[in-house]
Design a protein around this ligand. Structure first.
Ligand code: IPE
Ligand code: IPE
Ligand code: MG
Length: 254
């Protein structure tokens, strides 16, 4: 086969540039094994490690993972505490490995609610991987899609208050540019593991035209084969963005 200048990929279909995943089902995975919920979250971290590698090999550019929602504070205090510890230790342990795989890490969400220690670890991990040029790994932590939109609108309101922006000039582009991920391509493929078919306040603005894929597989069991099944589903879809199928075929043929 002829070498092309395109990124080499293990996957031979149409690869999404940006994949966004709700990693759900850790608790049920543990329960089925008569283990405490935290054991499911630990297995979930293993799964993250694997999927980061699979995405790198497939040639995905951006992987966004929902790790902790702004609503997850409602869980029992003990589980929240253990999740924070797990997040901290994963940052400590994985940063070197991410760097050696050329992965750039970014955390999105309201980090002001985290402990100072965790905020420092986040800043250090981001700084340590800042110059990497491979996969961009975005971890959504204390993230909510509504928070993201509110945050964007508030930034614009400040500009209006200062007289730098007119209310009449606020359009989609102004809001978009103030949301998390504004500098990245929008998600092409959304995956939710664990069987639920809902968005749970994940990327609301950014998912407007994303292809949605739901699987019953629990997150700790979500391996390369399951990921490839999602890629296959994506490959077989026609993205029309409001146009007709004929229009899309014509422009692709052109
Ligand atoms: C997802 O797994 C991880 C987090 C929300 C932190 P869950 O903990 O929601 O697992 P289930 O849904 O209870 O099985
Ligand atoms: C969504 O999962 C959040 C994360 C995976 C981090 P949840 O398990 O919290 O979602 P709901 O509560 O079932 O909608
Ligand atoms: Mg859940």
């Amino acid at each position: 086969m002829e070498e092309t200048s395109q990124q080499q990929s293990d996957y031979h279909g149409n690869v999404p540039r940006h994949v966004a995943i709700i990693m759900d089902g850790n608790g049920r995975w543990a329960k089925r094994k008569f283990m405490p919920r935290i054991a499911g979250h630990r297995a979930g971290v293993e799964s993250v490690r694997r999927i980061v590698q699979v995405c790198t090999n497939a040639g995905v550019e951006v992987l966004t993972l929902f790790a902790f929602s702004s609503e997850n504070w409602r869980r029992p205090e003990q589980e929240v505490g253990l999740l924070m510890e797990l997040f901290f230790s994963a940052l400590q342990r994985e940063t070197k490995k991410l760097s050696s795989n050329n992965v750039r890490l970014r955390i999105i969400g309201d980090r002001s609610r985290f402990s100072g220690k965790l905020q420092d670890a986040i800043a250090k991990a981001e700084a340590a991987t800042r110059d990497n040029t491979g996969l961009i790994l975005v971890v959504a932590a204390n993230y909510g899609g509504r928070w993201d939109v509110v945050n964007a609108v508030r930034q614009l309101a400040v500009q209006v208050e200062k007289g730098e922006l007119k209310a009449a000039d606020i359009g989609e582009e102004q809001i978009r540019s103030c949301t998390s991920l504004a500098d990245l391509p929008e998600p092409d493929l959304f995956i939710r593991t664990g069987g639920e078919q809902r968005i749970s306040n994940f990327l609301l603005w950014q998912l407007a035209y994303t292809e949605l894929y739901f699987t019953d597989t629990l997150w700790p069991d979500f391996k390369e084969e399951a990921f490839n099944a999602a890629l296959d589903s994506f490959s077989g879809r026609q993205r029309r963005f409001g146009q007709t199928g004929d229009q899309v075929e014509q422009s692709q043929g052109a």
